[in-house]
Design a protein around this ligand. Structure first.
Ligand SMILES: [Zn+2]
Length: 253
């Protein structure tokens, strides 16, 4: 991708790039064998604060992401995530490239009403079950409420916080993976208005959103679209989605 969007390298046939968010452990147990079998590589967006401690036992089978996040919020349980060593091993094998998914993948309050010291139940549970969304937003999607000051973050404070988060997570993950991290994906797929600018300023070459679509040559490298694959969408959906005419994709002029 870097070669294409930065150096103008031509791709002569349709190409697909595989990205995986969150760094769940089934990348190691389920995805890695498939990548090896077909000779694919993947870009994996991990969050340093979600990496499992080396001493903690990891989940062996399939991961349900909602349940994993719930268990983490309720008990600090990171068994669903890769450990730093596992991430490094996959990167060392050349099977994955590591990207950043922010430090923590957290949500934060946007008003005093929801200022709580313990955000666990506010972020996920049980509100989602009842369809009652609390006044929370992904912490990097926009200004959040500062409990200590009793007000919403100002624009410059917000930008500085995001930049630091992006920079720090890049540094940590570069060290963990043993390679320079050059891609970023917004947690929860929510990008702030000035997202592309912040990704660029924090030293990344590529930024990924969940804005739906195929990448084109004319795309801004720090705000690239993706297509979110979910099991319930099915293979027919996938086939239709990736069946982009060449003149609309990266291979086009
Ligand atoms: Zn995510």
């Amino acid at each position: 991708m870097q070669q294409v969007v930065w150096k103008g390298r031509k791709i002569n046939s349709p190409a697909v790039m595989l990205t995986f968010d969150d760094g769940f452990r089934d990348l190691l147990t389920i995805v890695a064998p498939i990548l090896r079998k077909y000779g694919f590589k993947a870009l994996v967006f991990a969050a340093p604060n979600l990496l499992r401690a080396e001493g903690e036992e990891g989940t062996a089978g399939e991961i349900d992401s909602n349940r994993a996040f719930e268990a983490f919020m309720e008990n600090g349980d990171r068994s669903a995530w890769l450990s730093a060593r596992e991430l490094r091993a996959l990167a060392g094998e050349g099977l994955i490239e590591v990207g950043s998914h922010s430090l923590s993948h957290a949500k934060a309050p946007v008003s005093a009403e929801h200022d709580v010291t313990d955000l666990r139940h506010w972020s996920y549970h049980p509100f989602r079950a009842f369809g009652r969304a609390p006044d929370l937003r992904p912490e990097l999607a926009g200004p959040v409420h500062l409990a200590s000051l009793g007000r919403l973050e100002q624009e410059n404070e917000f930008k500085a916080r995001v930049e630091e988060n992006l920079r720090k997570s890049r540094e940590i993950l570069s060290e963990v993976s043993g390679h320079t991290v050059s891609s970023f994906a917004w947690p929860w797929g929510e990008e702030p208005e000035e997202g592309a600018e912040l990704v660029a300023k924090s030293g990344y070459e590529l930024g990924f959103t969940l804005r739906r679509g195929s990448c084109r040559r004319s795309d801004a490298p720090h705000s690239l679209p993706r297509r979110e694959v979910k099991r319930r969408k099915g293979l027919q959906w996938f086939k239709r989605e990736v069946d982009t005419p060449w003149w609309r994709g990266l291979a086009g002029r």
